[in-house]
Design a protein around this ligand. Structure first.
Ligand code: PMP
Length: 406
């Protein structure tokens, strides 16, 4: 006799499969790079967020190894107990410096993942009010799942009043803010939208935040290391200045598993806001600190990021792709970032195109609902500084051939 629960979940899993919604894992037998080995086959890949090509950089492997020898393999405890080691602290200071020109009196807090940083920042900030007050949250329609989950948690735990505003529609946001009589407000947005590749209008959002006396949280997971002259992210790209009165309203989230090539994330903001997140961010307090060797490696990664040759190669690849690709039926999303999605529409069609590319030994993921809205399934192509123009040509040629054959 099979356990009733096993039948229940098998039934649900079959249902996912029938609707082309069942996800599968692919095992990579080589390091992150434009060519990766999957099932013994060399695959040309355009799906990693390793935008600067640092995930397999020998200097980072060396720095992490050094960190392992100096500090051992594990941190041993959460940050607030005995897990906060010297490299964690040095890293936080170095991360704060990356945002110091944009945010006044900035401090940074290092997290094991961006998912946890988002949960911690949103729940801590919204847990600051007494029992007779709640915070209003204005959440961008296309925000990443970790922001959505943070906002949901804030709504349940802290009774935050949540409103979702349409993608890039600042007029709609302003109308909502203008009606709000609540004293405490938080605007939450991705910096670079992870499935579309477009940028949040941070300057205009900050102006609105100031006008309506709100805080603003910007999740720059795909911008840190990539945007701005020094790779400091979307605040640098937008020219935000720490002398701007409004800049103390910014809570900046950068992640370190994408362009920085390792893993982790940070929250940067005015030191008072960050101290509160440290005191009240449950996903910070109640988890084991990541290995100090990771922080040791990330210090090297910040040095590499400051070398703009990686960004120059990445930007060259993006421009080359945009000027060379010619599509007839599918649409390229209006993006200038390393995320270059091709809109297909139906989930089955997007999966079919991804499969055809895979047969040609090119790996591009099909992104489908619920990650993106219904009928907007797409190929999410991402570029790295390490792709060559020949490899980009190979992708373009394959896509045009498949589009012609449909
Ligand atoms: N925010 C955004 C916009 C992301 O794309 C991601 C990861 N895909 C995260 C946060 C989560 O970061 P991490 O992978 O470090 O948990």
């Amino acid at each position: 006799m099979t356990l009733r629960y096993i039948n229940h979940f098998n039934h649900l899993l079959d249902d996912l499969e029938q609707h082309s919604l069942k996800r599968t894992l692919k095992i990579c037998d080589s390091a992150s790079a434009p060519i990766m080995t999957i099932d013994g086959q060399a695959m040309l890949t355009f799906c990693s967020n390793d935008y600067l090509g640092l995930a397999n950089h020998p200097e980072l492997a060396k720095a992490i190894s050094e960190g392992l020898l100096l500090f051992g393999s594990g941190s041993g405890a959460s940050h607030m107990i005995s897990g906060h080691h010297r490299p964690h602290d040095d890293l936080e200071k170095a991360l704060a410096k990356t945002q110091a020109s944009f945010i006044p009196e900035v401090r940074a807090l290092f997290f094991s993942t961006g998912y946890m940083a988002n949960l911690a920042a949103i729940t801590a900030i919204t847990s600051s009010l007494g029992s007779n007050q709640v915070m209003s949250i204005y959440s961008e329609e296309l925000n990443h799942a970790s922001l959505i989950d943070g906002v949901r948690l804030a709504s349940k735990q802290n009774q935050a009043n949540v409103q979702v505003f349409p993608h890039q529609d600042l007029q709609a946001l302003e109308q909502l803010l203008a009606k709000d009589t609540n004293e405490f407000k938080l605007i939450v947005t991705d910096g670079v939208f992870s499935m579309d590749g477009d940028l949040a209008q941070v300057t205009a959002l900050l102006k609105l935040a100031h006008q309506y006396d709100a805080l603003i949280l910007v999740d720059d997971a795909h911008g840190f290391g990539v945007l701005g002259q020094h790779g400091f992210g979307i605040l640098e790209h937008a020219g935000i200045q720490n002398t701007n009165e409004a800049a103390a309203r910014i809570i900046y989230i950068g992640t370190l598993g994408k362009a920085a090539g390792i893993s982790g994330a940070f929250v940067a903001g005015h030191k008072t806001l960050v101290e509160w997140i440290l005191q009240k961010g449950r996903p910070y307090i109640y988890t084991t600190a990541s290995p100090p060797a990771i922080a040791h490696g990330l210090l090297k990664s910040l040095e590499l990021i400051s070398d703009d040759s990686y960004r120059t190669s990445l930007n060259h690849n993006i421009q080359y792709w945009k000027k060379t690709l010619r599509l007839k039926k599918w649409g390229l999303m209006p993006s200038d970032t390393a995320i270059q999605p091709i809109m297909i529409g139906r989930t089955e069609d997007a999966l079919q195109v991804a499969q055809q590319l895979y047969k040609k030994n090119i790996w591009v993921p099909a992104i489908r609902p619920p990650t993106v809205p219904a009928n907007t399934a797409r190929l999410r192509i991402t570029f790295s500084a390490n792709h060559t123009t020949e490899q980009i040509d190979q992708l373009i040629h394959a896509l045009m051939e498949i589009e012609d054959g449909l």
